[in-house]
Each structure stands twice: as structure tokens, then as C-alpha cells.
Design a binder for this molecule. Structure first.
Ligand code: ZN
Length: 431
């Protein structure tokens, strides 16, 4: 009897979950070898590319027959750690229970790995000859980002991962907003752009506050000014498209927050980070002794800029807000903040899948507050990269609680849906 997609993806996911690829240390080579032993017999060309032997990336390819667009299905095989004592099952068991496959990485993102691998293996076995290369990459080191995974591949082996189109993690949630079912596709990401405020005062003895100028107190006043809305809300094209899909119209930027709060708190929470840059003060350093009043105080703020927004723009807003007390503002880095256009070949292919699966449901873009490996591809090759893995059985609120937490599990129904998504999308795009 022929094995169904559902059974095949379930078995592969269980095998992947039984491998401990907790990063650090990762040891992703085990997963790369498992995938090679699964994909090579199906007819895919497989390569293990590794900066160090125990941390291999697997790249599998189905060669094109012509010069159509090339498509990369991107995923990572490492996971975060798991504490057995918090779990109802062994986190490395791949247990099948209550219609779900349980284990660390089931959602983030070995389920996605298994679904995409089964899709490309199925196409290869069918003898499918894609119009452009179909590439499957299961990479190492996404969770820590120490330079063993996709960032390293983009530099050391660009030919292996450079494609026109890419589907990665970061989207696919089904949400009901404004009474309509929407599947979210992430097309853009905010930039992680932390900064440090160095506040100056004058040190002194803790018993004589009058003759010192306490930098910690000054910093406290600055921190208080960072609370609440920092800048006038902006509507990016992605936000307009999401609002249009959810509400049937695009309200003026200045009215969006209030309107959404009254209409739909879920929509409001989701759209809020898309309206502007955010600042969260997270670390502070002042005196190291209880009886010494600090002459300097350093505050580090997590800051996320909108795609396309520059640090100079944000700094102007921040300086206006903070006033001109005695402080220096220093940007620490700027990672991500990339976007791919919505109007392309890839968008209609995903939209068509959604329409077939759930007539009446719409596909809507979102801007992620965090960032994924997609930014490496956009930066290195200008790849059009979206985050999409459809989830219909498990509620997004449940999934987001389980990711990086105890009892992570993937419903078999969603695994099958994801497998069909990769299979049908690759087939449509590369026909
Ligand atoms: Zn992930």
C-alpha cells in the first residue's frame, strides 16, 4: 500500500525530533545526514556543507529543465533547549499523542523541515522537472546565529543558496480579524537596532547626595520619557494591505490605534508594532558600590525600527523626546529590517493555495517584530523571501505559547497541510 503524504511526513518528523539538536552545541550534522539519507534515494542532489564537521547544513536540489524562477524552501534543524521536568512527554521522543507529534522543535521548526522535505522528495519521485531549480536547505545555527548556518552559506557557498524566491518560517498563522479569516504571510521584518544612553553626572559619597549629581537619577528621568507612543503612527504598504484585508478599508494613520482598540483587541495588538519603531529599556549599569553615587550611568535599550526606517530618523525623534540633558546616544548595531515586495509571482501562488484550502479566507502581509534568516537572503542576493507555513488546526495563541516552551507539538493535520502547501506551491511556481 502506498504511504500517504501524511504518514510520510509524520514518520520523518518523529525521526527528526528524536535527534538532539539543541543549540548550543547544535550537532545538526545528525539531522543533515538523516535528511540526505531520505532525499538522495528520491532523486535529489544532496550536499552537506559545514564550517565545522558536527554542524553541517544540508542543501538538496532538483535541477531545472529551463530558465524559470528558482525556489528555495528554507528551514533550520537546530532547536532551543528543553527541560524534561516541565514536559508531559520526553521532549526527544517524537511521541504521537492526541493527534499531535510532540517534541522540542516540532513547531520551531522541524515540522516545517519534514513537510518541505516530503514535498521535494515527492516531486523528485514523480519525475517533476522544474522550470527553475527547486532547492531545499535545512540549515544549522538559526537559534544562536554564531555563523555556522545560513549567514555562513551566503558567504562561503552563495551558489548553493542563491535563488529568486524563498519560503521560510515566520508566518502562516490563521487568524480571524474583523470577522474574516486571514492567513498571515510575513514579507518584511523590523530592524533590531539597540542603542546605549550614556548619562553623565558627578560622583560623590552616598551619604552626601547634595554635593553630587546622581547619574542614575538623571537616567531614571530619561527612561520615563521613553514610555508610550514615541512617534506619529506610519502606515507602510504592508500595514495598509493588512488593514484592507481585515477591515475592507484603510483608515487614516492617526486614527488606526483608537479604531482597532475599539473594534478588535487582537488586531490592535498585531498591528501596533507595525505602526512605528519601539524602544524598551532593558539593561542599566551605574555604581558598583552602595555608598558611591554614580557619576555615569549606562542604559541599553532594545529598539526595533520599521523596515526602511534609518537610525538617523529614529534618533531625531528620540532626541526631541529626551530633551538635551547631559547624555550620549550610541547605536550598538542594526540587523535585519529588510522587506520583499508583495506584488510578485510568489504572492499569488500562496494566495491561490489559501483560496483552495479555505474559500473566502484571504492572505494578508505582516511585518515581523523580530527577524528570521530571510534577511540574509534579501541582503546577499535580493531574494524575494516570505515566511509562510499554514496552521489551521492549532490556534496561533496556543502555538506561540508552545514555541521555545514545554510540550511543543505539531498537529498531524497541520503537518499534512504544510506538506501539501509546499508540494502544490512548488509545483505551481515551477511548472
Ligand atoms: Zn525558528
Amino acid at each position: 500500500m502506498a504511504v500517504s503524504l501524511r504518514e510520510e511526513a509524520t514518520a520523518l518528523l518523529q525521526e527528526l525530533l528524536r535527534l538532539d539538536t539543541v543549540n548550543p552545541p547544535g550537532n545538526e550534522t545528525q539531522a543533515a545526514e538523516l535528511l540526505r539519507s531520505y532525499l538522495e534515494p528520491a532523486g535529489l542532489e544532496c550536499e552537506l556543507l559545514a564550517r565545522v564537521p558536527e554542524r553541517a547544513n544540508l542543501v538538496a536540489r532538483l535541477r531545472s529543465r529551463g530558465d524559470g524562477p528558482s525556489l528555495l524552501l528554507l528551514c533550520h534543524t537546530d532547536t532551543v533547549v528543553a527541560d524534561r521536568r516541565e514536559w508531559s512527554v520526553d521532549p526527544w521522543s517524537g511521541a504521537l499523542r492526541d493527534g499531535c507529534i510532540w517534541g522540542r522543535g516540532a513547531l520551531d521548526m522541524k515540522g516545517h523541515v519534514a513537510a518541505a522535505a516530503v514535498a521535494v522528495a515527492t516531486l523528485a519521485r514523480e519525475g517533476f522537472e522544474p522550470a527553475g531549480d527547486l532547492v531545499f536547505a535545512a540549515t544549522a545555527d538559526e537559534e544562536v546565529g554564531d555563523g555556522f548556518g545560513l549567514s555562513w552559506l551566503c558567504e562561503a557557498h552563495p551558489e548553493a543558496v542563491c535563488t529568486d524566491l524563498c519560503v521560510n518560517e515566520g508566518g502562516g498563522d490563521r487568524v480571524v480579524l474583523g470577522g474574516k479569516a486571514l492567513y498571515l504571510c510575513s514579507t518584511a521584518e523590523k530592524m533590531s537596532s539597540p542603542f546605549r544612553l550614556k548619562v553623565r553626572g558627578r560622583s560623590g559619597h552616598g551619604s552626601m547626595p547634595g554635593i553630587a549629581d546622581n547619574a542614575l537619577i538623571k537616567a531614571g528621568k530619561l527612561i520615563a520619557r521613553l514610555e508610550g507612543e514615541l512617534d506619529a503612527p506610519k502606515l507602510l504598504p504592508e500595514t495598509e494591505a493588512l488593514l484592507a484585508a481585515a477591515l475592507g478599508r484603510v483608515p487614516p494613520a492617526g486614527e488606526v490605534r483608537e479604531l482597532l482598540e475599539s473594534l478588535d483587541p487582537d488586531l490592535s495588538a498585531m498591528v501596533d508594532p507595525m505602526l512605528g519603531f519601539s524602544v524598551s529599556p532593558t539593561m542599566i549599569e551605574a555604581s558598583s558600590r552602595r555608598n558611591v553615587i554614580p557619576g555615569t550611568c549606562e542604559v541599553v535599550c532594545d529598539c526595533r525600527l520599521l523596515p526602511g526606517q534609518t537610525q538617523a530618523e529614529a534618533e531625531a525623534v528620540l532626541r526631541k523626546r529626551l530633551g538635551d540633558d547631559n547624555y550620549e546616544l550610541e547605536w550598538l548595531e542594526g540587523i535585519g529590517g529588510t522587506r520583499s515586495a508583495v506584488d510578485t509571482t510568489l504572492w499569488p501562488a500562496i494566495e491561490a493555495f489559501v483560496a483552495r484550502e479555505e474559500p473566502g479566507a484571504r492572505l494578508a502581509p505582516v511585518i515581523l517584530s523580530g527577524f528570521t534568516d530571510s534577511h540574509y537572503l534579501r541582503e546577499a542576493f535580493g531574494t524575494l523571501a516570505y515566511g509562510f507555513f499554514p496552521m489551521r488546526t492549532m490556534e496561533p495563541a496556543v502555538a506561540s505559547r508552545l514555541i521555545h516552551s514545554a510540550d511543543e507539538r505539531m498537529p498531524v493535520d497541520d503537518l499534512e497541510l504544510g506538506t501539501r502547501f509546499f508540494l502544490e506551491t512548488a509545483r505551481t511556481l515551477l511548472l
